[in-house]
Design a protein around this ligand. Sequence first.
Ligand code: DMJ
Length: 454
Amino acid sequence: MYKEFIAVLFLFSLGHASAGSPDEDTSAVNKAQLAEEVRIEFMRSWNAYKKYAWGHDGLRPLSKTYYDWYSTSFLMTPVDALDTMILMGFKEEADSTREYIAQHLSFDKDVYVKNFEFTIRLLGGLLSSYQLTNDKRLLDLARDLGDRLLPAFRSPTSMPYVHVNLKTGAVRDSISNPAEIGTLLIEYGALSMLTGDAKYYNTAKFALLQLYGARSKIDLVGQNIDVANGTWTNTDSHISGAIDSYYEYLLKCRILFEDADCGIMWDKSLSAIQRYLADDTPTGRWYGHADMNTGKRTATVFGALDAFFPAVLALSGDLRGAARLEESCFKMWNAHGIEPELFDYSTMKVVSPSYYLNPEIIESAYYLYQTTGDDRFLRMGKTFFNSLKSYCRTDEAFAELKNVITKEKSDRMESYFMAETLKYLYLLFAPPEALDFNNVIFNTEAHPIRRTWK
Ligand code: DMJ
């Protein structure tokens, strides 16, 4: 209802003034055909994973082998990809993958893992697939993982250490960042709601409050903080990687859990972001870097990860701001036919040339299409899909790019490509029945969580 209401406001305030850029694919968008093409690309990539990397964390698409994050596999790709498979209607494949996960995934391993990555990919993936299938074994796995990750929060500040040993509960690495500390509450919160045990919610929420409490006088956070003593070790403030999804979760937890504290923290943070980080330039509206204490601009750099922000703005009701920023992101994409990791928006030059098959710009097009109904975002999506096929597609899957200018590929396909990039592309083109946008909150890894506990 909330999301529908803001769509009306958008159409009223913006009209359909968004002209196509020369790089845009302006040919008619056949949604059904594109949704089917995305499904086919998903299954092609999944089959490559099964053929060359089965049972491992991820596929190396060029050498046709696999990689694991640690000394043992945690089935990163199957767990991340499972809900996409379900949403795309690959029932048999989803059933057998779920069976494999239930029988083979074990967290009882003497391994230090990243709390953040295990939370967003594995905990989030298990919880959303549990909600979609009612397979209690997935919830049991999620609870077991949650219990093994909780020791990470035993720091002097209650903000989590970066790594935790799943068997012993030992922790290491105290220099963390807002994204890794503040992007946990959807998953831990949902785990509490689904198990009836409040400890997960309370632990992640307290860490979030501690992080927010460490903000500067002008309500900005920096890039790195020492969880052992709460000292900022890097005061660079931005909405890019290492901070990004902290902001995303403040808004989403307000909506998902009706958490008023998160609402207050989001409102305050958004004002500071708009005041100190937003940058209106001749090349468009961007969000740059500033010092967290003085608010002084330090860099005019934006990148692929920053492109999550139009989605968050759209969800907050600021459709005009969201659409403006997505137009800027689209310029970044079109500068070389596919987006770089980092880009200087004052010179329109690439700062860091890789493309890691990231989803954020597609995620934002999906939110904007859902909230505004404007075909402009469908056409953008078609452009993104065309670029992926032109530059990242391999004979059997997709590969990251070392360099968006030369289009040289690199030998990795991250699990989020199947969890997020292809899911958001599919949902952008799919009929509304594929997923009720108004009744889910996606975690930052695109795992949809529903308030089934209400
Ligand atoms: C994903 O793991 C998540 O979206 C995270 O929040 C940021 N990075 C990747 C995708 O780019």
